[in-house]
Design a protein around this ligand. Structure first.
Ligand code: GLG
Length: 837
């Protein structure tokens, strides 16, 4: 069309579509413009929230012009892209991050201040985008930041839930859940693409026919359809023009009438169908590391993978390449088994729609997909019942059975006459009813499978995927140790420390090459530097103490040792063991003489985290923590020597306050159960020491920072099975200190002991699956070592600096680069600032 325009018209467009400048006055104009037009408010008398909205809209304008520039240049150049499919993106707040990444924070700060507002207040007005449960969703967010910063052509694909993870409130010590309707005030960080609408179908039946060459063709005659509408979330890289995209799908009813209901004159039924269509992307399932098996969840998974693949295929087709080139143009990473249906959907498109042969199609599919496993816990493994699946996706079920048939035939060829092996490896579990094992399907349909930390990647090869390693060989199974973005988790969350590091290293290059932090080592012997380092930690603790006062109504001293365990509440993470040790500490202090008490290291034990709404035992742990807190915090015999708090509604923005303020944090899962953990990395990066088991990424952190700077305790992963066996069959008695703690609970020291009976039962000899008793003594000892080490503040500061200095490995930039080089085979592409919208 443009080609037909007269020269003057083209010139006019070019002249007027120059990007807005980034000086204070232009920014102020843009903020005021949004106040008076977009928000239709008077220019004065704004509250903080409206001011936030206007600043967000002005920031968004700048994001969008980068987005346009990046996507426009990429479309022309058409390099190989990676698509990161994740049901969860736990982004948190966007404004601070966007301004820092675009290098506009100072100018905006100045602009806002002159307009009569304060940057901090405005930042605090933003609600979190909480479209994730925990580590898995936050990992996706960190990876998006690194992909954009390293200028990889990458898109995320996910769902735009109306309700994010529930809000947690504590009522009478118990967790209660409230819906997180986060879109109440619109979301300035998304661009609705109402023109991008894809029809997604469910149900119906499959028609079989012979084509002219006698080949059997399958035609899926679907039942109902819904529309997928795209919402784009721009992801700016740090100090680059590059701006990537997360495309989130929202379900809407189709515009065409449901003719059956219409003809029957059943209007109410037609409206009900329309409402059901919208329900698909209504709510994020609040389970972390457990599978609930709900039909609506399966609908979400198909809706999302089908819409994403349609989009990816459409983009690929524009390039007019051969289908066999797809794996050279497109890499698709499956974040856990949630998007595994994408494998089946691509095979369906290639065979049923594009008419490729099964084998050609399957070759393309397996060269395109790679799969990240995040857990070995059996309760987290996704399985779908065959009858339910067949009802929703009849053609996909046939394809899965065919994939399985051809796969098992090859296994049989390689390892003949081993029925047990075929049974174990089959994608279909022979249960009543049959179940589809999504992890097996993901392994069979991908060219690379990775775990998320060294230990975990080894473990999957010897446990859940053992047979597959024997069949495919070792090379298909790799490790990609998780990482975190230093932009959010140090620069943004801990601005004072970030400034000190930049001053010390004489450059801010460390924000793009975290290994440069090693330069801090030379400052360890510098007493002045250590003093500054301590002062910053203390200031961060003051900030956290204020948050604790506000949310928990408890006063804590910033001079006490801050001991933190914040993460989802789960038996394998052993918050229960932590609170039991707190009770032990409490009892010990109570038994002391005043002279003995004088030498006790004061400690504030801080908990936070959500329990899945249906996870009864996890919710009881929260209740126990709050009951213990209620008794301990008002006991004059203890005073400031011990305080216990449970910070309600732990989320990303609360984490940004907690992480920089911790002295010690707890990563104490039963060895072999926590695949990686990522908060461990955040705490150590901020100069917090950790106490932990030989599990997940703790092991690699230990390797990097050295054993003098970490408190390790408990059994190793290889010992777990023997310990469980010994407990069960040789009746190993309960640890005596633990026995004392249990007796105290049973005597009613903390509320009615009946409440906690189900919890205590989990420790019955022979049933203590997470080995709390086996690890208890060494856990208590490790905690005592923490107290002793903390007494020498100057030595502690040396450890703290060494922690930060040696965390370079755990930047998500390193992780993402490994994925790009070893799995996706993609290269960075540098966007040029052309100065136009
Ligand atoms: C999982 C694991 C964590 C891991 C995270 C990211 O439980 O150990 O760090 O993914 O890989 N469900 C999770 O949060």
């Amino acid at each position: 069309e443009k080609a037909k325009w007269p020269k003057e018209t083209v010139e006019l467009w070019t002249r007027l579509s120059k990007k807005e400048a980034n000086d204070v006055e232009t920014i102020q104009r843009s903020i005021i413009h949004h106040v008076t037009t977009t928000l239709a408010r008077a220019a004065y008398n704004l509250d903080n929230f409206s001011a936030y909205q206007a600043v967000a809209l002005s920031t968004r304008d700048r994001l969008i012009s980068r987005w346009n520039e990046t996507q426009g240049q990429l479309s022309k150049k058409d390099p190989k892209r990676v698509y990161y499919l994740s049901l969860e993106f736990l982004l948190g707040r966007s404004m601070d991050n966007a301004l820092l990444n675009m290098g506009l924070k100072d100018t905006y700060g100045k602009s806002i201040e002159q307009l009569g507002f304060n940057m901090e207040d405005i930042i605090e007005s933003e609600v979190d985008a909480a479209l994730g449960n925990g580590g898995l969703g936050r990992l996706a967010a960190c990876y998006m930041d690194s992909l954009a910063t390293l200028e990889y052509p990458a898109w995320g694909y996910g769902l735009r839930y109306n309700y994010g993870i529930f809000q947690q409130r504590i009522v009478d010590g118990y967790q209660t859940e409230f819906p997180d309707y986060w879109l109440n005030f619109d979301n300035p960080w998304e661009l609705p693409r109402l023109d991008i609408s894809i029809q997604i179908s469910f149900g119906g039946h499959v028609q079989t026919s012979q084509d002219e060459y006698g080949v059997t063709r399958h035609n899926w005659i679907a039942g109902q359809s819904v529309q997928a509408i795209a919402y784009d979330v721009p992801i700016p890289g740090y100090h680059t023009e590059n701006c990537n995209n997360i495309r989130l799908w929202r379900s809407k009813p189709t515009k065409t009438f449901d003719l059956t209901s219409f003809n029957e004159g059943n209007y109410e039924r037609a409206v009900e169908d329309a409402t059901n269509a919208e329900r698909i992307t209504s709510v994020l399932y609040p389970n972390d590391n457990t599978m609930a098996g709900k039909e609506l969840r399966l609908k979400q998974q198909y809706f999302w993978t089908a819409a994403s693949l349609h989009d990816i295929v459409r983009r690929f087709k524009k390039s007019m390449r051969e289908w066999s080139d797809l794996p050279d143009q497109v890499a698709i990473q499956l974040n856990d088994t949630h998007p595994t249906l994408a494998i089946v959907e691509l095979q369906r498109i290639l065979v049923d729609v594009e008419m490729l042969s099964w084998d050609d199609a399957w070759d393309i599919v397996t060269r395109t997909f790679a799969f990240t496993n995040h857990t070995v816990l059996p309760e987290a493994m996704e399985k779908w019942s065959v009858p339910m699946f067949e009802y929703l996706l009849p053609r996909h079920l046939q394809i899965i059975f065919d994939i399985n048939l051809y796969f098992l035939q090859k296994v049989e060829l390689k390892f003949p006459n081993d029925r047990g092996l075929l049974n174990r490896m089959s994608i279909i579990e022979e249960a009543q009813p049959q179940q589809i094992r999504m992890a097996h399907l993901a392994v069979v349909g991908s060219h690379k499978i990775n775990g998320v930390a060294a230990l975990h990647s080894d473990l999957i090869k010897t446990t859940i995927f053992k047979d597959f390693v024997m069949y495919y060989g070792e090379e298909k199974f790799v490790n990609k140790t998780n990482g975190i973005t230093p932009r959010r988790w140090l620069h943004q969350a801990n601005p004072q420390l970030s400034t000190l590091i930049t001053e010390t290293l004489n450059s801010d290059k460390w924000l793009k090459d975290l290994s440069l932090l090693r330069g801090l080592e030379k400052k360890v012997p510098d007493a002045e530097f250590r003093k500054k380092w301590r002062a910053i930690k203390r200031a961060n603790k003051v900030r956290l103490a204020e948050l604790i006062k506000e949310r928990c109504h408890v006063e804590v001293s910033p001079d006490a040792l801050f001991d933190v365990q914040v993460k989802r509440i789960h038996e394998y993470k052993r918050q229960f063991m932590n609170i039991l040790a707190v009770i032990h500490r409490y009892r010990t202090i109570k038994s002391m003489t005043p002279a003995q008490k004088a030498s006790v290291q004061p400690r504030v034990v801080i908990f936070g985290g959500k329990a899945a709404p249906g996870y009864y035992i996890a919710k009881l742990v929260i209740k126990l923590i709050n009951s213990v807190a209620a008794v301990v915090n008002q006991d004059p015999a203890v005073g400031d020597l011990l305080k216990v708090v449970f910070i309600p509604d732990y989320n990303v923005s609360v984490a940004e306050v907690i992480v920089p303020a911790s002295d010690i944090s707890q990563h104490i899962s039963t060895a072999g159960t926590e695949a990686s953990g990522t908060s461990n990395m955040k705490f150590v990066l901020n100069g917090g020491l950790i106490i932990g088991t030989l599990d997940g990424a703790n092991i690699e952190i230990l390797e990097e920072i050295g054993e003098d700077n970490i408190f390790i305790f408990g059994c190793a992963a290889q010992e777990v099975e023997d310990l469980r066996h010994a407990q069960r069959y040789r009746g190993v008695p309960m640890d005596p200190a633990l026995q004392g703690v249990i007796s105290a609970i049973e005597k009613g020291v903390f509320e009615d002991p009946k409440i906690f009976q189900p919890l205590i039962s989990t420790l019955t000899v022979g049933k203590d699956f997470y080995l709390i008793s086996a690890d208890f003594a060494s856990y208590i000892t490790a905690n005592q070592q923490v107290d002793i080490a903390y007494k020498n503040q100057d030595e502690w500061s040396k450890k703290s600096i060494r922690c930060t200095a040696n965390m370079g490995k755990f930047s998500s930039d390193r992780s993402v680069k490994e994925y790009a080089d070893e799995i996706w085979n993609i290269k960075p592409y540098t966007v040029i600032d052309e100065g136009f919208l």
